[in-house]
Design a binder for this molecule. Sequence first.
Ligand code: PGA
Length: 249
Amino acid sequence: MRRKLIAANWKMYKTPQDAEAFMAAFLPRVSGHTRDEIVVCPPFVDLPAVVELARNTNVTVGAQNLHWEKEGAYTGEVSAAMIKAASCTHVIIGHSERRQYFGETDDTVNRKLKAALAAGLTAIVCVGEYLKEREAGLTEEVLRRQCVNAFRGISADEGRRFTIAYEPVWAIGTGKTATPQLAADAHCMIRNEATKALGKEAADMLRILYGGSVKPENAKALMAEQEIDGALVGGASLSAESFAAIVRY
Ligand code: PGA
């Protein structure tokens, strides 16, 4: 049985002060919750405040992006080692918004995954198809391409140390959620690819999260699917009440 992971992706929302207010309201609502792993991924500038407040609690902290180089002349970028040194445990890689607006490719996702693993971070690698791809019957092909490239050069051992988030782009921030069955089918395709690339043992352990308009009202049905190993939550993670309700689905 894979333990579920419920992760908040705050995107470009919340100042450090907002983040502190969130944590003050959120932590008491989930204290003692051990069934699922809980991760909050705020913007970089909020990390110190959130890490400090999450210390010695059941909540860990992740970043939303990283650069694959260790250091260098890359203005505006942050390395895996820096994120690790800021006491983060996780990092999101290849979110569709980064692929769409910031030129992230399957190749940069692969480089970033290797950098995250080398630094001892748990990566949450995002994959997912556009609506036009789904409508054209290309979902499986897109997921295969994204997975094959993400997994390139990753060993079975390393395969145990990251997570995939299936986020159909048409479901992100749109209020349209994939049905639990549709998500479970996509998760099976991803696990198939993981089996080919990393072997059965690592693929069986791989947690595949669902993301895309997860809310308190639909979390229970999604999490009931055996193939869905948790959630990556955007909009509904910005309020402590609604994110706590999702964690406690
Ligand atoms: P959403 O975003 O929950 O607002 O749809 C999910 C995500 O982009 O990770």
